[in-house]
Design a protein around this ligand. Sequence first.
Ligand code: JFZ
Length: 482
Amino acid sequence: MTAITNPWTTRSRTADDPVDVRYGPLVARRDDEGMRRFRRYGLGQFIHFGLYSIPGNEWNGVSASEGAAAPEWIRAWRGPSAPEDWAGTYDRLNEVFDPTGLDAGEWARQAKRMGARYVIFTTKHHDGFALWPSAHSDYTVAQSPCGRDLVGEVVDAYTAEGIDVFLYFSVLDWHHPGYTTSVPADDAGRAGWQDFLDYTRAQLLELLERYPAARGLWFDGTWDASWVASYEFTHRLEQELRARRPGLIIGSRFRNDEHGARHFDSNGRLLGDYEQGWERKLPADHAMLDGHDWDGVMTIGPNAWGYMRHTGDQYQKTADDLIDLLMRCRSMGGNLVVNFGPDGDGRMTPYEGEIAEQLGAWVAANAEAVYDGGHVDLDPTGMGWLTGDDERVFLTVVNRPVTGIARLRVPADASRVPVSARLLASGQGLELRRTDIGFDLDAATYCDIAIPSDFVSTRAFVIELTLGDAVDPAAERIDAYM
Ligand code: JFZ
């Protein structure tokens, strides 16, 4: 019996013991233009913006850290530190919501400089407040002094920069009266829940209708028992969404099968176009992914998606951290999505602005390794991350070897082998030698690349290896046959 378990999603497959599943995947692995673009995004931007951006994790100078899970969860602030009637106060923030500093064009240009090829934007987070003037809700930008269609502004501005847009949509909704976390147990509850499902469907169709440029829907808040029990509805709705927008990309966080298995059905089959469970954690290795597409979404602080007025002594990831994570994702064929939380006025924070510029400078200098390089079938190396295509292998050096020799293991029977090396950013040629060092019973040869001692870098750097046909490996061996 083979059991494959991913501890971070509910994936658990028992291959020899298939279960009857009627509400399983609706699509097989796709290879259309949309998914080919997805595989080449490399870097994405997440934006969490909404009513929660106004308090920024505090109210009247009191931090919510003692009582709320994260800044965008501040409405759920509980305990002794919570202000009186806090949820009521929060729910009325629409009356003051007016992000006059929000310039979607500026956001999009910053994202472009960072090298992002897609953006995921919160159209409606758990609080239920819609950032577009939804006809199906009385809790939207239209019921605020803002009065603008922020979703439309973001879709247009990013599309104009050539950045693909995915619409984040939280199913979980603290505003809709019919929403319930548990399966409704009486007629009134069931009627309310049905209202909620109708509203959810209507809002999603409205988003597709209003924003034809959007390429994907990024679902969230789909873990409550009520939604899990609505598998017939979600199965039908996924069909409807896909029919309305051919090519639409939907991740695995949207729905579950009739046994409650989320992300993967009870037989381990992916429920959607890509694995959408990688959040503030990454796959341990490429094999774990079973060839699925995926992305990893990442906060810059430890756990803040929405704006945090005071980050205090919380660690903020650096550009170096993100370069490392980016190339680690790429080495396993995935994209890294870096989260931004603009302030209540709609302005990107100075720190996130710096991150965007620093990351962008690195990505621009090493673009081929980032975008063109997918997973390569070589042994992982402690020096950093390997990416590549049929012609090239890119070694992103994060840990520089003290010997000055970057040594890669190349299987002895490889038909394509590295034949030359250079520093990707500068083009400077590097000496490369393939050697049989008398190791591994000749199962591999080694490729030694000399990193000049006068080459100084305080950032990760990329060595580009060009592949060529292997000459008879036996002829290269210096040791005798036994
Ligand atoms: C959810 C939201 O609750 C959160 O506010 C933020 O929007 C984030 C992107 O998504 O939080 C989650 C959801 C799923 C996991 C972790 C946090 N998960 O599967 O590990």
